[in-house]
Design a protein around this ligand. Structure first.
Ligand SMILES: NC(=O)c1ccc[n+]([C@@H]2O[C@H](COP(=O)([O-])OP(=O)(O)OC[C@H]3O[C@@H](n4cnc5c(N)ncnc54)[C@H](O)[C@@H]3O)[C@@H](O)[C@H]2O)c1
Length: 345
């Protein structure tokens, strides 16, 4: 197993999390191949600027950076990447993200998240990668109400197609992990925010509207909680998992299977701040950092949305000795500094 001085393949490298993780590996001196199809689900310009930022910063780092525009759905292109670059670690962050858009465009979720992910697993199998880390989501907890969510809970009640594809990823990865002994870790990310964030997510939508004195839609009349997790913490947790491949659990009981563990080298972890924040408090922090008031438009709950998320992260803490460090107050402040600079407000 080659985890020392690895070649790292990151899919979705022009995305929010992928671009920041790429920088972390390059800074660490690793050779990184980033792939992304640069689709127009949100601003392609932002994706390209993230890539330029990586290219610029990588000049000062010892790791070597490469990028190819490739779709996960294109199996032959993917095989070429694997055969030439021969990755030791694969991090799958490419996906059709977003809960609400899965109601509008279900097929893009099946294509990217199911067909694309299976192509990637086939390549991992064929080229015998040492470690696969892939993005799942807190949305797999769906209709569960027992907070904080932990990995022992069953996640069989998704409330959006997006969540269903992420849960499917966990199942498909488990089968590959079992059959071909591919160590694989699925990370259930909890609402990630921060510099270089996504324009389709609430922090960015709210910040823009507040500064432009436009109404912000607040769903479920503001009675929502999210376990907002700062990008640097997400990157650190993901990075550490890349250097600690999953192992089969000796505690697995075939007569009473626990969803949190497996006889295969496959593990699932929540990665979140573990401090759920009231949506209204989050908006207050945005207002404070922006120095402007929000015009609030209270709306009912949207289809596919969940009321609250909160992560129990003890299991991840035990595995990689890491807990998120960024408070919501300092995270929002850093996010707004970047936001004002990037969008020239
Ligand atoms: N940001 C969050 O709060 C959050 C929460 C839970 C889970 N996740 C998951 O984490 C991962 C990364 O999220 P993100 O916020 O960086 O999203 P993102 O949309 O910014 O990044 C995903 C990138 O993947 C690319 N992509 C999409 N489909 C592709 C395909 N078929 N082939 C190649 N490239 C493709 C996109 O162009 C994009 O640049 C995703 O899997 C997402 O579902 C994110």
């Amino acid at each position: 197993m080659k985890i020392k001085d690895p070649n790292v393949l990151i899919t979705g490298a022009a995305g929010f999390i992928g671009s920041q993780l790429a920088l972390k590996f390059l800074q660490n001196g690793n050779n990184v191949m980033g792939i992304d199809n640069l689709n127009d689900y949100y601003s392609v310009e932002l994706k390209k600027t993230r890539l330029s930022n990586i290219l610029e910063k990588s000049k000062n780092y010892s790791g070597k950076w490469n990028f190819k525009k490739v779709s996960l759905e294109n199996y032959s292109d993917l095989k070429i990447i694997f055969s030439k670059f021969v990755p030791d670690i694969v991090v799958n962050l490419a996906a059709q993200a977003g809960v609400r858009y899965s109601i509008e465009n279900p097929f893009s979720y099946i294509q990217s998240n199911i067909v694309g992910f299976t192509n990637l697993l086939e390549c991992c199998r064929k080229y015998e990668v040492s470690n696969l880390v892939y993005a799942s989501s807190s949305s797999v907890y769906g209709g569960n109400k027992n907070l904080p969510y932990n990995e022992k809970q069953g996640v069989n009640h998704p409330v959006s197609l997006y969540a269903a594809t992420k849960k499917s990823n966990e199942l498909i990865a488990h089968s590959y992990s079992h059959l071909y002994k591919i160590p694989a870790i699925g990370l259930r990310y909890f609402t990630v925010y921060g510099p270089w964030g996504r324009p389709d997510m609430a922090p960015m939508i709210f910040a823009k509207s507040i500064l432009e004195s436009k109404k912000i839609s607040i769903f479920n009349y503001g009675k929502m909680q999210r376990d907002f997790t700062y990008i640097e913490d997400i990157v650190e947790g993901t990075f550490r998992c890349c250097f600690k491949p999953a192992k089969p659990s000796t505690k697995f009981d075939h007569l009473s299977p626990n969803p949190a563990v497996s006889f295969a080298p496959h593990m699932l972890f929540n990665i979140g701040n573990s401090k759920p924040i009231e949506l209204m408090y989050f908006i207050e922090l945005l207002e404070k950092s922006l120095g402007a008031r929000a015009i609030k438009d209270f709306q009912p709950l949207q289809p596919g949305d969940v009321l609250s998320t909160a992560a129990d992260t003890k299991s991840l803490e035990n595995w990689i000795q890491f807990t998120p460090k960024t408070s919501i107050e300092s995270g929002v402040d850093k996010f707004i500094k970047w936001f004002k600079f990037y969008y020239k407000y």
